[in-house]
Design a protein around this ligand. Sequence first.
Ligand code: PMV
Length: 330
Amino acid sequence: MRSIKVKSPANIAFIKYWGQIDGDLILPYNDSFSMNLSGCFTTIDLQVTRSKKQELYIKNYKSKIFKKAEGPALEKVLKLYETTKVYVNAHTNFGFKIYSQNSFPKKAGIASSASFFSGLALAFVTAFGETLSEKDLSILARLSGSGSACRSIPDGFAWWHKGQNGSSSFAESKAPSEYWDLSDIVLILNYDEKKVGSQEGHKNAATSPFFQHRLADVEKRLKDIDQAFALKNFRQFGRLIEDEAISMHSVMMTQRPPLYFWSGHTVEVIKKLIELRKTGIEGYFTIDAGENIHVICEKHNEEELVAYFNKQREVKDIIVNHPAKGARVL
Ligand code: PMV
């Protein structure tokens, strides 16, 4: 038996991916830009066995035991196994047991599918005895179905080029993790798993009357954030990520059927953050497909923000993140 251990980070998008031009190839309408998270990651132990069985075991956040997973979770794993086999041009099969565990709650808007599928793509490629360039690995991770997984492959801050076809849509590092001392303070308001997966949501994004408007807007925001990032202009950067989160959620709430990820608590916490900012403690929010909030700040404001949100009744848990490396074989 051979064991391949992999660690891969979740990532938080400053400029988001929402909507697919091509749902089979997972081609997005726009570029997106993210940061890998040091405190939110998946570790995978892929054990290649002599048997033909292909099994998945998952240990959830704060749980002590691995549970066997079947149904859609296992189907997606088997699909990525087949995609990898074709991608690396392998001709033999292997049985496996996958043991996967997260350092954070899954399906709660913290990109658990991105960390899992990016890690799994790397683990399968390694198990087939191959190595791929970062670009090719990013493309394979994109093809897992969780497109944003492609951004968890490169180090630090990743830019996903939307591309025009299957081979030109991939993520690359815009800057290494040391580039900017940013923090992502994840405020867990609810541990519940979301009911609608991103895949279903992406398919309907273009039904929102605001979608075309968002696309025009996002192109400008990409240019602006590129500049703010180059100059490390945090205030400008923060404003852009908030505009972006609101733009994506406006589309989500107005697509058919609509997706309301925010709860009353989400709104309360946003208001508190905005009030706090008036006192000079600068944190800006972004939100993925879930009700939990990511507060982005510069490192020197982290302690104060954590202390403040620790005291708020809406906040059940806090995970502090810094920019991290991409997927790695351990
Ligand atoms: O990669 P998916 O299919 O899990 O979709 C991710 C979508 C968002 O997290 C909402 C936005 C993003 O760019 O990460």
